[in-house]
Design a protein around this ligand. Structure first.
Ligand code: AMP
Ligand code: GLY
Length: 424
């Protein structure tokens, strides 16, 4: 069959790397892709906002299955448009994707269906938001309602910080229309984990959990980023917690979406905060995580294509997925300066040496080719991912490979995976 992956990041590289191994796949395309993805798929220059471009390509190349990586094309309704034309596509519709694209919608949904989350209030009036902040007292979290490239969340320890954040988002409109509405919520303590499940709208298959490292600096210090590294499995998600998450969060959410007339198909990603064995939802995402997908794909033993195809088609009641016992760790190498300003076009080397290491894959995120050489082209540049017998081995191997990458303008955290060791 012919498969098309939409997107160009490390997540899409990991998906392409895994999909390319499927005996079911004759040709794999990725649009727009990147130089790393080009080793696994034919890259096609279609940008992620160009839904007409994807439709034309899928029709004229008789694509059997399209798999959408990022939230942006989902928020534009790529799944609805493909569906109207009878094309198979993996991902939620625009209305279902609102579980991520509107934080207010997802909070109301959780409240209505009693899905555990932080208490909150939603405001579109600045003065009312300020009054509430004064009443409930920090620490509080302020979130722009719409998509803000992962930057729309402010952890506010004081009233002044909270009012400043409200001013930036609601009056100065630093995220544009995404800040017309804000969610103000309780600050949750505990340990975070990313929990993934595949669903056809009714049946739900639990995937392995992973743990992201959102902060830029070692020890979870510094500003939040898209994610500086990840590992799987996540020991904080014990079998008992996984059971709780399935019964209290994932299954009720899929059912709730159906009852709301927004049947959810695709991968449902719950960002969790776990405190004293009690998981609560920080946010839902309507797609796979980046960088969590990199370790997940390396640990997935079974072919991913049948289950993706079944989500998009006849349903997953007969599908199963199998995992390797090994652990996987992904260390993100980012451009120095990220998540602020950074330079593009800096040369990177060492790929041949890393390519020879068994159990290691250098997934590309923000890279480009200049005169045949790989250069930096984004904030997060590479996700060096290693598989090991246990988490310690995977950490050691991942950092050994990171040491072989030659890139003066690259930065990485040195403590990815350390949190997992506390549970062992
Ligand atoms: P979100 O985009 O909602 O996942 O928020 C980004 C990050 O902000 C999360 O990964 C958490 O680290 C932090 N965060 C968000 N909401 C809360 C909350 N209610 N309590 C504590 N931390 C939070
Ligand atoms: N790693 C966080 C995310 O994908 O949203």
């Amino acid at each position: 069959m012919k498969v098309l992956v939409v997107g160009s990041g490390g997540r899409e590289h990991a998906l392409c790397w895994k999909i390319a191994q499927s005996p079911l796949v004759g040709t794999l395309y990725c649009a727009p892709g990147n130089p790393g993805i080009a080793k696994n798929a034919k890259c096609v220059d279609i940008k992620t906002h160009d839904i007409d471009g994807y439709l034309r390509f899928a029709r004229s190349n008789e694509i059997d299955l399209t798999v959408v990586g990022p939230e942006f094309p989902l928020s534009l309704g790529i799944v609805d448009r493909f569906g109207e034309e009878g094309l198979h596509i993996f991902g939620p519709t625009k209305a279902a994707a609102e579980i991520e694209t509107s934080k207010a919608f997802s909070k109301y949904l959780m409240k209505k269906y009693d899905i555990p989350t932080a208490f909150f209030s939603v405001f579109s009036d600045y003065e009312e938001a300020v009054a509430w902040v004064r009443e409930v007292k920090p620490p509080l979290v302020i979130k722009a309602d719409g998509l803000a490239s992962g930057k729309g969340v402010f952890i506010c320890r004081t009233e002044e910080e909270a009012i400043q954040a409200l001013d930036d988002v609601m009056r100065k409109k630093i995220f544009g229309d995404s800040g017309d509405t804000v969610v103000v919520e309780e600050f949750l303590r505990g340990e975070e984990a990313s929990f993934f499940a595949l669903t056809d709208g009714t049946n739900v298959i639990q995937l392995e959990a992973s743990q992201d490292h959102k902060a830029l600096l070692d020890g979870d210090q510094g500003p939040n980023t898209g994610g500086m590294g990840a590992y799987s499995p996540a020991p904080v998600v014990t079998p008992r917690i996984a059971e709780l998450v399935m019964s209290r969060i994932m299954l009720p959410t899929v059912k709730a979406m159906r009852e709301e007339g927004r049947e959810y198909k695709g991968v449902l990603y719950a960002g969790l905060m776990i405190e004293d064995g009690n998981p609560r939802v920080l946010e839902f995402n309507c797609r796979f995580g980046d960088p969590e997908t990199q370790p997940l794909m390396m640990r997935l033993k079974s072919d991913i294509v049948p289950v993706l195809r079944a989500v998009a088609g006849r349903g997953i009641s007969r599908e199963t997925v199998e995992w390797k016992d090994e652990a996987a760790v992904c260390v993100v190498m980012a451009s120095k300066g990220y998540p602020g300003d950074y330079k593009k076009g800096a040369p990177i080397g060492g790929f041949d040496e890393v390519g020879e290491m068994e159990g290691v894959v250098a997934f590309h995120s923000g890279t480009a080719l200049e005169e045949g050489k790989v250069v930096t082209d984004g904030g997060r540049v590479l996700g060096i991912t290693a598989l090991g017998d246990n988490i310690q081995d995977a950490i050691r191997l991942a950092y050994k490979a990171v040491g072989k990458i030659d890139g003066e303008l690259l930065y990485y955290r040195t403590d990815i995976g350390r949190k997992a060791l506390q549970h062992i």
